[in-house]
Design a protein around this ligand. Structure first.
Ligand code: HSE
Length: 434
């Protein structure tokens, strides 16, 4: 089947990331989508040094893409309200599907855009508009489709969260941290959107509409930023067992829906209170599933591209698959399943926590270290506790670097054979997940 042709409008952080991910993972993406995806045109005012576009045609005019008869899907990554709206409306008018990462556009003009898309029978997908790489729109729209959503609360602006985290942990000044977030490419073109909560309110508006089935109503969201927060408040909150987070909250009540963005104290032991730096997290409470939490990078070149490309795949699937079966059961097309083998556990690699009960004799630790080093197992940390009174044994706890499991099995057998080691060695696998 011929590849689906897409046009990327905007080659900044997200546009460049989208091009790179489509190129790098082309084969895997085609196996998922059921067709190849070809970037047939790019509209950009200047090249992106992080993006090798090769022979892909480039124009300076975004409307060349919207009017290009070859193109099936227009990917709007220029940002802003006005020109982006014109571009998207033109693309829809021309019968093209649209994928966008533009939260401001969807929150403010989404009702009009979706009405036009329905009229023209095209799709408009916008997963990347909320929380970057976290598939939270899909989770709410599809995964939680059985639920009556009661409320949701999210840290949905990475820049604001980064500022609060740095202020709390390092006592850094507000302006200084903001500059760093801008340099990292997280902050909006107008950073007041981040620090005054406007960006979070755009995203919250979208989430609330999907959660509750209500039209987009950005103008009714309450928005309060973090620019007036002081370190003293951050520290007092801490002393009381709380963290201050900039939250977007949407809640169903008997009399209406709450839609509000503001700094919020959260008990320090809540998972969401421990979402730090530029990371985002959204907690959703539904009547059937209870509370679920979605966490990940809320901004950044490839994290956001991940959501853009997932939307492109969704549109391509809808264009190509049996309408009864838009989303393949195993995520990949049935005839594209891989025959790559599943590894036996002995061939898997992990780090290991090992606890050894040893007699309190000189030289035991040296013997343990020798057994591990002979098998090429590198020790990351070691801790020896006091003799336990009841059995006179010394607990010895080791954490290793990553190593293939077969070697650890061999080492454990050798350790258990030592005269001074009593009982079995406890082994727990360790994953840093970083
Ligand atoms: N300025 C946004 C943020 C970028 O900091 O989260 C992602 O929407």
């Amino acid at each position: 089947m011929k590849p689906v042709k897409v046009g990327i409008c905007g080659l900044g952080t997200v546009g460049g990331g989208t091009f790179n991910v489509l190129k790098r993972n082309a084969e895997e993406i085609a196996r998922r989508a059921g067709r190849g995806i070809e970037v047939a045109q790019i509209a950009a005012r200047r090249p992106n040094p992080k993006c090798e576009t090769g022979a892909t045609p480039i124009t300076a005019d975004i409307f060349d893409v919207a009017n290009n008869p070859e193109i099936d899907i227009v990917i709007e990554l220029i940002g802003g309200y006005t020109l982006a709206r014109e571009l998207v409306m033109k693309a829809i008018e021309n019968g093209k599907h649209v994928v966008t990462a533009n939260k401001a556009l969807i929150a403010v003009h989404g009702n009009e855009i979706f009405a036009k898309a329905r009229e023209k029978g095209v799709m408009v997908a916008f997963e990347a508009a909320v929380a970057g790489g976290i598939p939270v729109i899909k989770a709410i729209r599809e995964g939680l489709a059985a639920n009556r959503i009661n409320w949701l609360a999210g840290i949905i602006n990475g820049t604001g969260n980064f500022i609060l985290t740095e202020m709390r942990e390092k006592g850094r000044a507000f302006e200084d941290v903001l500059k760093e977030a801008q340099a990292l490419g997280y902050a909006e073109a107008d950073p007041t959107f981040d620090v005054e909560g406007i960006d979070a309110a755009h995203k919250l508006t979208i989430l609330a509409s999907i959660a509750f089935g209500i039209p987009l109503q950005f103008d009714k969201a309450y928005t309060e930023g973090i620019s007036k927060l002081t370190s003293a408040d951050v520290n007092y909150a801490e002393a009381l067992g709380y963290r201050i987070k900039h939250l977007g909250v949407a809640r169903r009540t008997d009399s209406g829906f709450e839609l509000r963005v503001h700094p919020t104290l959260i008990p320090a032991d809540r998972l969401i209170a421990n979402v730090n730096g530029v990371m985002n997290a959204v907690m959703v409470n539904g009547d059937a599933a209870g509370s679920t939490l979605y966490y990940g990078a809320g901004a950044g070149m490839e994290a956001t591209a991940s959501a853009v490309v997932a939307d492109i795949v969704d549109v391509v699937r809808a264009l190509t698959t049996d309408p009864e079966n838009h989303v393949p059961h195993l995520a990949f097309q049935p005839d594209s399943l891989s025959d790559h083998p599943i590894l036996p556990i002995e061939a898997c690699e992990s780090a290991y926590y090992l606890r050894i009960q040893a007699k309190d004799h000189p030289g035991v630790l040296a013997q343990v270290a020798t057994i591990l080093s002979e098998r090429g197992i590198n020790i990351e940390s070691i801790m020896q506790k006091e003799v336990e009174e009841q059995d006179g044994l010394v607990p010895m706890i080791l954490v290793t670097h990553r190593v293939v499991e077969a070697r650890v099995n061999d080492a454990i057998a050798a350790l258990e054979a030592l005269e001074d080691v009593v009982g079995s060695v406890v082994r727990i696998r360790v994953e840093q997940l970083n």
